[in-house]
Ligand binder design. Sequence first.
Ligand code: GP9
Ligand code: MN
Length: 629
Amino acid sequence: MRNLKPYNILLLALVAVWVKTVVIHLMSFDLGIETFTQHLILWLSPLSFLCLAFGVAFLFKKARNRNLYILATILVLDIILYGNVGFYRFYTDFVTIPVLSQTSNFGDLGSSIAEILSWTDIFFFIDFFIVAIAIKLVKDQQDTFTFRKRFALASIAVAGLVFAVNLYYAEQERPQLLTRSFDRVLLVKNLGVYNYHLYDIYTQTKASTQRAMANSDELVEIQNYATANKASINEEMFGKYEGRNVIFVSMESLQSFVINQEMNGHIVTPFLNSLTQDKDTYYFSDFYHQTGLGKTSDSEFIVENGFLGSGNGAAFFTNGENTYTGMSGVLSDNGYYTSVLHPNNKSFWNRDRMYQSLGVDHFYDIDAYTIGEGQSVGWGMKDIPFFEQSAQILADSPQPFASRLITLTNHHPFELDEEDKLIPEYDSNSGTLNRYFQTVRYMDESLKVFFEQLKTQGIYDNSIIVMYGDHYGISELHHKAMAKYLGKEELTAYDHALLQSVPLFIHIPGSNDGQEITKTSGQIDIRPTVLHLLGISTANDVQFGDDLFSEEHDGIVPFRDGRIITSDYVFTQDVCYDRATGEEVEKAVCEPAFEKSGAVLNYSDQLISLDLLRFYEQHQDISPQTNTQ
Ligand code: GP9
Ligand code: MN
């Protein structure tokens, strides 16, 4: 074992950096590490990267060079970690590569630098000093060891193993961490700062290589398609509500199957049910969510842009720095004050950055709210206090405003405090579905409170309120329980497709034209519908939605996963079903919908991954090739 002595310094360096890294993760970032597994992940997460980084040291034969490499490595890692701590103190977020290139952001930081840094921060470099002193004290030991390369290789193997175990536990904690969950706090919590940066480098490099190859011709083709397939406007509705405020409410996990239904004799959504009969509400009863991995953020993306999110992840995260022609930006350009109100941490779904790209003027995140005792459950602030405080924020906003409010209580795992349970649980084998009815009932109550508050605040009459379910709440995993509730033997792929229906309400006080609209439609249609009601043209927009009030609305709804629903057919798992009978029919019957679905899916992906809307300004005056002219 004498031969291993020269590597004592290496071992000391690894342990010192490791322990220090964990302590700093605990002390300097608010990662919400509570359970045993979360602590285990925290300890595991830096180790794989450190094994790799320090494993390279085995390749240096001379102790002097090896020690220099070790010290340099520690210094670089210390600077990275300390850089993140400084950034976090100011932004409560982690550094990303695009952020490093946005030096203008750092302007805000200038005067605060002195406040952010403190002399006690020297602690962040303690590992460097410990190892430097140890190197001074220990006499140079020349390496006579002959297996250096094997040790270097072994370090890679250990790193790989540790990383696999880390990922295993992280997946348990947060399923689909790398594909679905794109909150930087969650990434750092589960991967550690060093691996998080590797992941960031990987995603950003991939995106920028694809982007660099693109040119404006690709946008011209897509814009031609969008223009040629645009439904005509409804002259009577266009501009009818010009100048009104618009309040969008994204109703968390709300599916249509609870609307106008009972659960063991209990009405689930009394307030929303009343809107389905209301003289001032258009209720769209065959409306579908079109989200993919980005869940809530995808629904926001679709409503803002009028095209689908990414097929490979959450566009909010993978392409948050793109140029977009978001509805918020369009409304801002038309004199609106645009905002999003959502009492969650601002980095969740990369919202803080993406909202800038979409042209949102202000994001009221968790810091804009006062969460009193008993006002928080599950994922955060309860919907009722959220709506109460939000109504005040809206009342204080410059008018006209266009604001999106995103609810939170009706989120998996659907938890409630006793006093908020207004109906009992359901009695199936799925606790998730059983509790879902209760949280939906609570959210329905919160919407009633919101309407009352808007009236109290005097902003109700001059507003349009657009409310939609963001995505499904009950996944196919709960098919047995759902079958029981729906009174069916079992659920087929056809049933699952139709269960993706979420409600859409367009409530226009004083319109006196309320009705149920049964035409088949999807989230992609919200943008042109709302802009047209306000008298804003979408003739040159690169988007694929159709105005819901247009006579020409085609009623083909493409899903992000390739499923298609039309008023007559459902296409899922490569099978075509007739909606009149629910029976399987020849695939050819569904074929007319394939072209649109394929185009919307592919073009949406291209617009996102190639960042094509950065070419938009130059090309908005092109003469489109239309079928109708
Ligand atoms: C988080 C909330 C829920 O801020 O929007 O996100 P989800 O998990 O539904 O996508
Ligand atoms: Mn959601």
